[in-house]
Design a binder for this molecule. Structure first.
Ligand SMILES: [Zn+2]
Length: 400
């Protein structure tokens, strides 16, 4: 019984600490008495929590606010400059490296292309070491390097810093253990769509709803499912593999072994396949002038007015809409937030995608579904992965 009581007290202390950090972070600057008013915490317990946070270096006291007479309160601020984090996003063509403070605000970003088309785990780790070294160059010595976050597509084993499999980049059992040892800091590995959803929560610019789905569209399609304000990971950490929900029974065989997966109808491979099909059908298209069919080539042709290329991209949007509509029907979210890695594609993807999702099951009951597009989704992913590192280290909640 005593043990239970002490566990409860500990949980309560943790909960209160989280609550206080949340209020300080979201208010930017706030007085102790305002936190007390907003949280209902007594001034005495608040004083203890805040002095601990100040000792940890996470919160600082700042200039007095302009007051309407009487004693001016000392304000509190989250100390984002206490340390820095490196956030990494693995892509098909190369890797983004970002430097952020503890507010997960990206201060510097670089992109490194893969030097070769195929590479070993060691070569990737070397590239990561180079990128991390480059991006932290010039950081102040009194600031602490607190951790590294890596966002990648695929199924992740977070505990062992492993990418179990990412068909998009062609990795199986890639380990980042060497990076952790090289820099001697903790590493947080996360699926990129999950990081996208984290970013949406952390930067306060995402959907208002506590139930939303972040859909990241790049070379593949992934989703980060947020239920009641928390990321839903599923049993093996793989929840959100929206790219492998079947939208065409008996359709195109997917690399996952199933047939008719969304990703077969809504990915770069689909764009290229459709381009080739148009040519084989001798359709009137400027694609015939290209030496090879690439997603970029088709996008450029669409921009130049080639109706065949436009049709391919419109169809891609429609297919994505069908997949997302299935997820809406399953999860009943309050919002969908879309990140399109090539933001220029939005013009072609969005019209039919919106039409498709607007006919979801709940629409007949006039239920509101917020729809948001984040144009700078790489930055949102980088913010999310940096936030995940900060959240792990300092027990700062991403959730609200
Ligand atoms: Zn599949």
């Amino acid at each position: 019984m005593n043990r239970l009581r002490s566990v409860n007290q500990e949980l309560m202390r943790e909960f209160n600490r989280i609550l206080v950090i949340q209020h300080i972070r979201s208010a930017k600057m706030i007085s102790r008495s305002d936190i007390s008013k907003q949280t209902g915490l007594s001034m005495s317990s608040l004083t203890t929590i805040i002095s601990n946070l100040i000792d940890e270096g996470l919160v600082k006291e700042v200039c007095e606010s302009t007051s309407r007479g009487g004693r001016r309160p000392i304000m509190l601020q989250f100390n984002g400059d206490y340390g820095y984090v490196v956030g990494i996003k693995i892509e098909v063509e190369g890797i983004y490296f970002a430097l952020s403070n503890l507010e997960a605000e990206v201060e510097k970003k670089i992109f490194m292309k893969y030097p070769t088309s195929s590479f070993s785990n060691e070569q990737i780790n070397q590239l990561l070491v180079n990128g991390i070294t480059e991006v932290i160059k010039g950081c102040k010595v009194d600031e602490e390097f607190v951790g590294i976050g890596i966002a990648t597509s695929g199924l992740i084993d977070q505990k062992n810093l492993l990418v179990l499999g990412s068909p998009i980049v062609g990795w199986t059992n890639y380990s980042f253990q060497g990076i952790a040892e090289r820099f001697n800091v903790p590493i947080h590995v996360e699926n990129d769509a999950n990081a996208f959803s984290f970013g949406n929560i952390w930067d306060f610019k995402g959907p208002k709803s506590r139930n939303f789905i972040g859909v990241l569209i790049g070379a593949g399609v992934g989703a980060g499912i947020v239920l009641d304000g928390r990321l839903y990971r599923g049993e093996a950490g793989g929840a959100g593999e929206i790219g492998h929900i079947v939208i065409q029974n008996g359709g195109t065989t997917c690399y996952c072994g199933q047939r008719g997966c969304l990703e077969m109808y809504a990915s770069y491979a689909f764009i290229v396949g459709e381009g080739k099909r148009m040519l084989a059908m001798h359709r009137q298209t400027t694609l015939s002038e290209l030496s090879s069919i690439t997603p970029e080539g088709i996008w450029q042709a669409a921009k130049d007015g080639d109706s065949c290329s436009q049709e391919i991209l419109f169809k891609l949007g429609e297919n994505l809409g069908v997949g997302i509509r299935n997820v809406i029907n399953l999860m009943n979210p309050g919002a969908i937030v879309l990140g399109i890695e090539n933001s220029g594609l939005g013009e072609y993807l969005l019209p039919r995608l919106k039409t498709e999702i607007s006919s979801h099951f709940f629409a007949q009951y006039k239920q509101e579904l917020e729809f948001q597009v984040r144009s700078n989704c790489v930055d949102v992913v980088l913010t999310g992965i940096c936030a995940a590192v900060v959240s792990d280290l300092f027990r700062i909640p991403i959730y609200r």
